[in-house]
Design a protein around this ligand. Sequence first.
Ligand code: FES
Length: 176
Amino acid sequence: MSNHEQHETEHRPVQRKEMSRRQFLSYTLGGTTAFMMGGAVLPMVRFAVDPLLVKKGTGNLVKVVEESKITTEPQEFKFKIHQVDGWYESEPELVAWISKGADGKIFALSPVCKHLGCTIFWNTNGKNEYDCPCHDARYSFDGKNLAVANSPLDEYEVKVDQGFVYLGPIMANTRS
Ligand code: FES
């Protein structure tokens, strides 16, 4: 290399890929915005989706009472269920009126009056009926609506297994 060429090379501007001020600002602001949006949106997405990812329990039946204690006279039994609503877990206490029907089947009625939701009781008027103290709705032994309410009492799903009565979700009355 001649002296002249060497001199030229030394003074040639170095070719660097430089970022313009505009590009730098775009990248910085874009990155910051994406980071902040991620921080705000990801928890919301997780909140919405997380309950769907939780494994559900296998059975939803609850052991309530020994089968031998159930008679043809309705009796009130209280039991707790484990309830999961999204991230909120609770153990509300429920009530069932359980008896053995003329067909020999054990069944359990919900105590919620089908008129406006008060709590019914068995045989408070001596007529072998369920009565509601709020507006005098009456229901038969099987939960059939006799007065005021326009639909029968709901039933719990019932399973009898190895000498115990298990109750499940509420369902429409199957006996009236
Ligand atoms: S709520 Fe039961 S009769 Fe009205």
